[in-house]
Structures are given as C-alpha cells and as structure tokens.
Ligand binder design. Structure first.
Ligand SMILES: Nc1ncnc2c1ncn2[C@@H]1O[C@H](COP(=O)(O)OP(=O)(O)OP(=O)(O)O)[C@@H](O)[C@H]1O
Length: 784
C-alpha cells in the first residue's frame, strides 16, 4: 500500500472494520509473523527457566524448584491470556492502518515518552515485547523496567521520506536475570583455600553463573567534530537503551532507501552529561565492596580511539575517573573497617605495548606471562604496598608518565597500549581461634582504542602499534564470541591481553565492561562496532560466584595470644607509619616556612639528609634546593631578628628529624620482631603435625607467598618490603625503583625507541599536555 494511504490510516482515529474484505492481507501476515516471534521468545524463556529448574533440583533446592515451577505455570497462564488478546487484536487489525495506529500510539506512550528521542527515532514502531517474569532470585543490579520499545521493520517515518529499519533488542529485564553476585573463588588465591559459603544463596544452583555487566558511555561532541559538521547519531533512552541512526547525504539516493537504525539495550547507558561520579557509582562501586569481601573484580573500558576510555578511567584533576574514585573509595572503606582487623593494599601497574608486557612502576625489560595457581601473572612485576590514597595517586602518576602515548589524527594523546592497574586487598582478622585471611583483587583496565589505519596515521611505527592494538582487540572479540557460543576451547592464548583477561572473562570474577562511544556520525562504523561487541559481551556467563578468597588458619590455644600480639603489632605498624608521614609533612612545612623567610639566595653546603621518605624525586629535589638555600648560610650577613628566627626553625627541623629517626629505629625493631615471630610460628606449626604442614603450605601459596615473593624479589632489587621502602627509597645504580623514574628519563625512550607520556610532556611542556601527566591525571586539553 502506498505510503500516503498508511499515513492517512494512522491519522484517522476510526478503528478498522473487523472483517474488511478490502483490507490488505500483508498487515495480517505481518501481525501473524510478530505473534510467532513473540511465541518463540516465550518458548526460549520457558526453556531457560526449565534449565534453571533442573539445575535447582540437582542442587537440592527443593524450595527453589517449587518456586520455579510456580513461575513457569504463571508464565503459561500469562501466555495464554496474551495469546487470546493477540487473537482478538489480530482480527481487529485486518486493516493495516489500524495496526499502524496501534503501533504508533504505543510507541508514543512508551519509547518516545522521552521528548528528545522522538526527534531521532520517531520512525521506529513495533509491537510489544515479550516480558519475562521477574526472577525472585535475582540480586543483580536492579534497574527500573524500561519502556517497551516497539518493533517494526521498514516503517515509513513521520516525514514519510526515509524508510528506517530498526530491529529492537530485547530489554535486559527480559533476559534471564543475572544471578546473585555473592561470592567468588577467584584466581588471586589458589591452593587449598577454604571456600567460605555465604548464607544468602549459598548452595543454590541459581548462583551457578553470573554475567558480565555492560555499560555504555557516550562522550560529548568534540570541537573538531562540530567543525567538521558532524551530526549526532546516538540517542540514549531510559538510561539503558541506545539508538544508533545512520545518516546519509540527501543526495545519496542509492543509500537513502537502505538507511538503517540500530537499537541496543544495556545494564545502563550514560548520556554525554553524566558525571564521573555517577559512572563510578553505577558501574564500579559494588565491585569495590566485593573486593573487600574477598571477591575479584575487573572493570575495563572498550571502544574506538578517542571515544573517551582514558577519560572514563583516569579523568582530570577536576573530574577524576573510575580508577581514582575506586582507590579513594577503597581506602575510605578500609579505614572504616580497620578497627576489627588488618588490611593491606598492594598494587601493580603494567602495560601491554606491541604484544610485550612492561612494568609501569619499575620500567625495565619486558615481562613474561606465566600461569600458576593465582591465574595468569606477569613474572617479576613489582608490587607496592600503599598506606594512603596519596601514595597510590603518586604511583599511578608515575606509571602514567611511563605509559606509551602518541598523538594520532584522531586523538592528540592517544594511548598506544593497554594499561592494567591491579589492586590486591588483604584482610586479616581473628575469628575465635582461627586467623582468617581474605584476599580480593581489583583490576582496572584502560584498553587502547581500536582504529582504522586511515583514521590514525600511515607512519610505520603508528601503523605497527595500530595493527597490534587491533590484533589484540580482535583476539578479545574472538574470546567473547567463543564464550558466548559456549565453546570448550577459548582462544585466550592468542594475545597477551586475553591471557591477562582470562580470569575476568571466563573465571570467577565480577566483571564490568564500559563501552565508550562517540556521538558523531563520522564515527558511525566504530560506534556500531563497539556497541556490537558490548552487546555480545552482555551474553557472557562467568563462573559461579559462591565463594570468597578466604583462608582460615587454625591457631592452637598456645599460639592464640601470639597471633593476637602479631595483629596488634601490625596495627601499631600502620599507626606508626601514618605518624611518620604526618611528621614528614610537618617537616616539609617548616622547611617551606624557612625558605619563605630566607629571601636572599645563599650558597652553602647542603646538610646531610637522613630522612628517607617515600616521596617523589620532585620532592627530593625540592628538599635539596631548600637545603642549599636555607641551611648553613653566613649568619653575620642577616639582621639579628632573622637570624634568631632561622636558628629557631633550624632547631625545630633538627628536633623533628631526630624524632623521625627515632621512630624509624623503633619501627625497624618492631618489624624485625614481627618477622622473627612469624618465622617462629611457622616453624612451630610445621613441627607440630603433618596435617598442619599442609596448612603451612597453603599459607605459603597465599599470604606467605606474597611475603616470600617480596623477600625474593627485594633481594633481586625489584620488590620492596614496606620497611625497605621507608629506609632506602634511593635508587640503586642497576635497578631503578619507581621513585627515581623521572619524567624525563632518557632510558625509557632509548631502550625501545617508543615514546612515553613523560616524553610527550618533556617535548611539549606547554601545549596540550596529557591528562596522565597532571597530578589528577588531567588532560588539560578539554573537548575541542
Ligand atoms: N565524558 C567526557 N566528557 C568530556 N570530555 C571527554 C569525555 N570523554 C572523552 N572526553 C575528551 O575526549 C578526548 C578523547 O578522550 P580519550 O583520550 O579518553 O579517548 P580514548 O578512548 O582513551 O582514546 P585512545 O584509545 O586513543 O587513547 C579527550 O580530550 C577527553 O578529554
């Protein structure tokens, strides 16, 4: 039927006659077709539920089985009712005009209730979606039920000019609800971990699998894109649906007819005005909570180059991103809980550049990946124990300076590598006579952007980088495909990235994917690709999350007191460390005052500085400048009042320094005592009986392995124990610690010929320096 007739039909409010012989038969056929589709959907749902029911009955959950049977019966009843309604509708809707009218009306009511959407998607109309009954067992992220979008293929738009086809995806609420993410046995701790069951949902088969949560973030249009005259081709509706519309030139008659729209539905979709905090709270806050409970978590940003991945992960000083917010949150939560136990936080930071793994905190030779009980690990990767958010921020900043970055045509500070920040949180507490150790690992990943060769550069180095980035992302896509299809062999080994992501994708881990997209129609292909893979990733089921990474060590009565003492000592250590940091800060303030009071630049030998702090090289430089300017200057040249003030301040500084020195000595002594005590404890336990020897082994594999690794690698000069960090942060000639990773370190460039963010900063100190070089990792350059 011609378009005008349909339009007229929808314009007239009169319903079509019930048995209109003249009505076109194609309307009936299409209605019938939709009913069949709905029926298929319901059958699929029923099948899923039966599967769950079967699993529930196998898991011994009789109550759960009854519950499922009830919900299946309810579904059947609903289905019958709906069928009856559909039959009636079908007979009422013999006229195509009436069917169109119904579709448009529903469309206006639901999907287009949000006003701005109507402008882009007024063409998309469809019948209602099959709805799955809400699962009572679901403890996953709960979102308000979205308006049900309508589906109709090749419907003429309001303008009646551009035929649109927009296959509507099933909303997430209609998917089988993700089971509770309660507990997990992650790869971080292997060996003979005791699987601690949580009462809530423990043992139920519903918790047998979990799925990756997928979020989409749209960035604002950049100045460049605006200048190029691009239009927005993405619209976000109901905070979870994404509509993608392809625009064709009005003169492109050939493609005009084939213009298509796409619809996707995710756990949440963030519009361009969404704040960093909102993104963090919705996507990652739960993961941080889980890590403190001993569950592993991974967040990774995926998308085309320039789509906003680094902005989402790192952000700017004013708007810190997910990495920064997660770490702040982690520390504040640890502080709240540290009254009942002992927390330690260790972190490592690496990049995958051109298929080689590099340590960002202690750059050197490429690292090799190996598989062990803890999963895939980079051998020799340095781990740093952090005691405050500031310390982590400094480490992160140092790491970012060493990250490979290059300007491309698309993005001035394009990340040419995948960066992975891993934070391991260990929590120890006494539970009766047992010492419980819980370990959770949080991985925060900023992937490099997929790109077209033409979109970036044709220069050799860039194209090699681009090819490697694309290859690893292709490997990631292949793994996603295999996981979704339920294949037995997942090709993790095809790239370093997938090897490191193995636990996050196919293991027991709470995983979040944030897909970043650009609104510009010039990036339509990239956006479509990103959304396609994000949509696929939504279907990946990860392993059961029924346990925490928890180790329970039975401490005999005779040793309980000692264990308690040990914990007390550890707590005291933490307090002492905090005091030390405060004293150091005081010292710096006094020195700054001294510098301010001493305006005349005097040349004098620097006093010996024996305060070794975990400060940056920058801070050290500052200190030496202070020393040169302030100390030992000829007293005779200054007015008497100034001299008196300076003497007073000098005395203060000396007192503080001696105080710090004293504290350090005490601290060292306590650490030594603690280590002796631990050794003693282990030896005694080994000797006591054979069964406990196994537990001893387990300790070595988990908590103790970390300690052992620390000892081993610190011997090799790579990994520093906390005491080492405080006593000798100065770099050795051979091994460079992160404290002496200067932003302008020539060896980074010389060693491999690649550019890091440090080099970019050194070369272009003023113009648009990378956000990763700023204290809050801010890219000064805003959206252009
Ligand atoms: N949500 C946002 N709000 C404001 N500006 C943003 C947002 N997202 C991205 N930008 C800006 O867009 C530009 C490109 O972003 P970014 O560097 O994060 O992209 P990317 O995906 O990491 O690119 P690449 O893969 O090449 O590293 C930056 O200038 C950044 O400040």
């Amino acid at each position: 039927m011609p378009v005008e007739t349909r339009s007229r039909g929808s314009a007239s409010a009169a319903p079509a006659p019930r048995h209109d012989a003249g009505a076109p038969r194609e309307g009936v056929a299409s209605d019938h077709h939709h009913r069949l589709k709905e029926k298929m959907l319901k059958l699929t749902l029923q099948y899923e539920q039966h599967k769950q029911l079967l699993a529930a009955s196998q898991g011994g959950g009789a109550a759960a089985a009854r519950q499922h049977r009830r919900s299946v019966r309810r579904l059947n009843v609903e289905e019958e009712e709906e069928e009856a309604v559909n039959d009636e509708n079908a007979s009422n809707a013999h006229g195509k005009a009436a069917a169109e009218e119904r579709g448009v009306a529903m469309c206006r009511q639901d999907a287009f209730a949000v006003a701005p959407v109507a402008a882009v998607l007024s063409e998309n109309v469809a019948p209602p979606q099959a709805r799955a009954p809400p699962s009572k067992d679901s403890h996953g992220v709960v979102f308000p039920r979205p308006a049900e979008p309508q589906e109709k293929e090749n419907v003429v738009g309001r303008t009646g000019r551009i035929p649109m086809s927009c296959p509507i995806k099933k909303p997430l609420s209609a998917l089988p609800a993700p089971p509770a993410r309660k507990l997990s046995l992650g790869g971080a701790v292997g060996g003979k971990m005791k699987a601690a069951r949580e009462e809530n949902g423990a043992g139920s088969a519903e918790a047998a699998e979990s799925r990756i949560l997928v979020f989409v973030r749209l960035r604002p249009m950049s100045r460049k894109e605006k200048e190029a005259g691009s239009r927005s081709c993405v619209k976000i509706v109901n905070k979870k649906e994404v509509y993608l519309t392809e625009f064709a030139s009005e003169n492109d008659y050939l493609r005009l007819k084939r213009l298509r729209g796409r619809h996707f539905c995710f756990d949440s979709a963030f519009a361009d005005s969404t704040t960093q905090k909102e993104v963090y709270t919705t996507s990652t806050a739960n993961l941080v909570e889980g890590v403190l409970e001993g569950k592993n978590g991974t967040v990774f940003c995926y998308g085309a180059t320039g789509a906003g991945k680094t902005y989402t992960m790192l952000g700017t000083i004013e708007n810190p991103g997910v990495m920064v917010l997660a770490i702040k949150d982690l520390f504040s939560k640890v502080r709240q809980r540290s009254h009942d136990g002992n927390h330690s936080i260790q972190l490592s930071y690496l990049e995958i550049y051109n298929e080689t793994v590099r340590d960002l905190l202690s750059p050197g030779r490429p690292l090799h990946l190996r598989e062990d009980k803890q999963g895939t690990v980079a051998a020799g990767l340095s781990q740093y124990r952090a005691y405050s958010t500031d310390e982590v921020m400094e480490l992160l900043q140092q790491g970012n300076k060493n990250r490979t970055t290059e300007p491309t045509r698309v993005n001035e500070t394009s990340s040419r590598s995948h960066a992975i920040l891993q934070v391991v949180v260990e929590y120890r507490y006494m539970h009766g006579v047992n010492m419980v150790t819980r370990v959770g690992k949080l991985s925060l990943i900023d992937l490099a952007g997929s790109e077209r060769a033409l979109a970036t550069d044709q220069r050799t180095q860039r194209s090699i980088e681009g090819a490697n980035i694309n290859r690893s992302l292709l490997a990631l896509s292949n793994c996603i495909n295999s996981l979704v299809e339920g294949k037995k062999h997942i090709p993790y080994r095809n790239s370093k990235l997938t090897q490191l992501l193995k636990d996050s994708l196919g293991g027991s881990c709470n995983t979040v994917m944030i897909a970043n997209i650009s609104p510009s129609n010039l990036s339509f292909g990239e956006t479509q690709n990103t959304l396609h893979w994000a949509d696929r990733a939504k279907e990946i089921r990860t392993k059961a999350l029924t346990t925490t990474n928890e180790e329970v060590l039975n401490v005999p009565d005779s040793e309980t007191d000692q264990a308690k003492l040990l914990m007390e000592l550890q707590k005291e250590n933490c307090v002492l460390r905090e005091q030390l940091v405060k004293q150091q800060q005081k010292l710096l303030t006094v020195q700054a005052q001294l510098l301010a009071s001493n305006t005349s630049p005097q040349q004098s030998p620097a006093p010996s500085s024996h305060v070794s702090t975990p400060c940056t090289a920058q801070r050290k430089v500052k200190r030496s400048i202070l020393a040169v300017n302030c100390f030992n200057s000829p007293v005779s040249r200054r007015p008497a009042a100034d001299n008196a003030q300076i003497r007073e301040l000098q005395t203060k500084v000396k007192t503080l320094e001696s105080e710090i020195e004293k504290m350090k000595k005490e601290h060292k002594l306590q650490l030594k005592q603690k280590d002796d005590f631990i050794h003693d404890l282990i030896n005694r336990r080994k000797a006591s009986n054979n069964s406990e020897e196994a537990i001893g082994d387990k300790r070595v594999a988990t908590r103790a392995s970390l300690r052992k690794a620390q000892r081993d690698t610190s011997a090799a000069g790579e990994l520093k124990s906390p005491s080492h960090r405080f006593t000798s942060p100065a770099p050795t000639a051979k091994k460079r610690t992160f404290w002496d990773i200067g932003g302008n370190s020539p060896s980074v460039l010389a060693a491999n010929g690649r550019k890091t963010r440090s080099h970019v900063a050194a070369e272009t100190p003023k113009k648009g320096s990378s956000m990763l070089l700023q204290p809050g990792f801010a890219r000064q350059r805003a959206i252009h």
